[in-house]
Design a protein around this ligand. Sequence first.
Ligand code: HEC
Length: 503
Amino acid sequence: MKLKTIALVTMIPAAFFAGQYLSKLSAAKAPPTTSQVTASYGGSGSQGATAASAKKSVITAKWEGKVHKVEAGQTIMDAVKAANPGDTIQVMPGEYHETVYIDKNNIRLQGVIIEGKRPTLHGDGRLNDAILYSGNNIVVENFLITKFKGNGIMGQAGNNFEIRNNIIVDTGVYGIFPQLGDNGIIEHNIVSGIEDAAIYVGMSDHIHVANNEVFDSVAGIEIENSRHAIVENNFVHNNTGGILTFVTPGLPIKDTYDVIIRNNWLANNNTKNFGAPGSMVSGIPAGTGILIMAADEVIVEDNLIVGNKTAGIIITDHQNAPNTTLDPESDPFPDKVMLLNNLMYNNGYETIDEAKVLMATELKQGSPDIVRVGTSNDSCILNRHQYVTVGVSDWAECSFSNTDNIVSYLLDTPAEPRVVNVKDKGKAAYLGICTGCHAYTGRLIGPPVQIIQTLYIDNPQGLADFIAAPVKKREDFPAMPKQDYLDAETRLAVAEYMLSLTK
Ligand code: HEC
């Protein structure tokens, strides 16, 4: 008996190591990929787990195309040019100094992580964007992105996207920024050191932002001019403002509604605001946990909101928000805000004067967890006695207590790909790129379109030339990043489109 046991014990490690050795050999030929195993842990009992789980993919493509392997020293763009829809581009660890622009559909851009080493996109403080995509059904995963000036990962009018497991550090204005996308997942990313929003969902629908860590940025997670979004299970700390849901006036999509913010941990978002002067986020008071501005049907549930010195949750209309120009086509009020149970502690201990004045008028003392300024219609709050509040005394008690029935807002069948013909290219580029920094009226990162129109109204070619090679013009604005990755035809088309706008 005894001998037999010993033999078994020694055989198991031997087999184990042999297996490892073999898998190492094969790894040398084909890089490791994301595991295709889909079974779930069934628990120790005889019954399998049946709980509904969130959707893990919004793309039905099987990735049966070619695999293009990119080694350090090669460029990712060469692989993108060679790739066809359905292909996977696998990027091996190493440093890559380039902007990757994907204007094809069904492409999976996949970093290969080996012993913790990731492929790194390094912008040298010189390049504007790391990854830009305008295709539909795009996956971007497993990269380390650092030292770009504009965007880490930006989507322009691409539907069905998955952005996951990336680390984005000290990278300009936006970390992850899908714009005008329908049906997308942003999960398991770590984003820090961003001077506007670490994760910025702009003018998009059916979005799931989950399990990310965002910190040391001006805005942590922003859901802006977007609809049907869930933000859950994120760790949002040490930003100026944690999670924001907004309507930015002057953009082509005029509203934000149906947003669930749940199960996030929002801690110590007290970082001094370092947003570009005059930009909308530069008006966020340091110490804001959640900010709801002019967005409707926002549910805030089961978050842990601690140590945010201005307030745990601020609800405001456009009139009371700094750096905001009113848009006659946007409803300025945050209506149907629903605050369910949240754990709030140690917020508002160094709050802003506006909140202090409101507290005084309500004869309240203490540090506010929840501050509402301006008008908000049909809003409700559950168990308000849990918090120190100001401005919500007249809100109704909510008639429900959880959002358990809503697992996700992602679509059951992928969104139809956007078809962009040549004629529409200018419009798509304008909406996808320029609106990130230019609004029709009012200042964003760049000057308003109205001003640009007075300069270039009879000179679209001049405008097109400027964006290909911008020179610094204004003292009080940063330099505009060059848009030379757009071809000449698209540059002229976007110039003509920008000059034709009337609102
Ligand atoms: C990352 C932000 C950003 C993006 C994206 C951006 N711009 Fe700008 N743009 C700026 C800034 C900042 C300025 C002001 C630069 C200055 O005055 O030096 C500017 C200025 C301009 C000007 C004024 C030029 C002049 O002669 O005064 C034009 C025209 C312009 N942008 C067009 C565009 C177009 C078209 C797009 C989209 C293809 C675009 N911009 C995308 C930030 C941006």
